[in-house]
Design a protein around this ligand. Sequence first.
Ligand SMILES: *Cc1c(COP(=O)(O)O)cnc(C)c1O
Length: 362
Amino acid sequence: MKVPVPDYIRNIAPYAPGKPVEELEREYGIKNAVKLASNENPLGPCPSAMKAVADALPRLHRYPDGASVLLRRALSAHLDYPEEGIVTGNGSDDLIALIATAFLAPGDEAILPHPSFLMYDISVITAGAAPVFVPLKDLRPDLPAMRTAVTDKTRVVYICSPNNPTGTTVTEAEFAAFLADLPRDILVVIDEAYAEFVRDPEALRGRDWIGKGHPVISLRTFSKAYGLAGLRVGYGLMSPEMAGIFHRVRPPFNVNLPGQIGAAAALADTDFLDRTVRLTHEGLDWLYSELERMGLAYFPTQSNFFLIDVGRPAKEVFKALLRKGVIVRAMTAYGYPDYIRVNAGLPEENQRFATALRDVLA
Ligand SMILES: *Cc1c(COP(=O)(O)O)cnc(C)c1O
């Protein structure tokens, strides 16, 4: 019996997430593994969020607020952005999927930087639309080439800034030039999952472009800087009209109860965010100097992760590091067979990674 499914769905390669630490430890017989592979917060979850979630447990028999009112109000106050233009989701992955559901139909085209975050192409293809990949240039989204790729079938353009997996950003000036003659009926999605880590003052700030004549959505998440990847909360900033479209297609309870409560508490904990950002920047700078000492090429980042050119097949280096209990990502599937991606961890984790890498490459 054949499962009745369109070929464009059958042909999607399932998203391959990094394996949980526990599974790798079992598989490789290692202990105290260091995971620097999924851009997670090395400090753990925001403590205020943990407390708020624990306090909310007796209410788990209740449905969550389908409109995430308290969380959206907290976001509105925190960002000084109107509540009606804030849409929350089960991680920003959920919002990425909803964008394709709502704005793409079979026959449409969507323009994507490549390589970038895999959820864009999965969602575009799921909607029956055609992804149009535009290669990065010098590891950065190539906006002029993306503009050239626009046809009368283009409905959505995705920009990831900082881009995953390269850590590079688009500048405000580049984006202004890109938007200048872009048809005004094309939705521009700016995924800013790593916005909190950006150090370059010229980097694109998506929210500044909302309501300026083009449909623009800025996507953010609690998964990275706030340390709440397991809670699944993301949000999008957009016009109230655009938000109304999301409310037509989203599941009514797409942000769970602990998620709403935990995320709101995390937002108020500016001390945790500050500590996270400082630790990340110090960790990156330390790793850069170690790599320079090893004579390895790396690509400075605006995010909490970056690429290293290990000068040999990344898959082998990945496996050798695993045996030493250090988990990174090989970039082979992204088209960079000699690169690994690593995120900044705690000082002792960075140290273990640097030592392991030195041994592996020796
Ligand atoms: C991690 C990540 C996300 C999403 O994360 P959620 O956990 O679904 O909020 C979105 N975009 C990029 C580029 C990411 O790296």
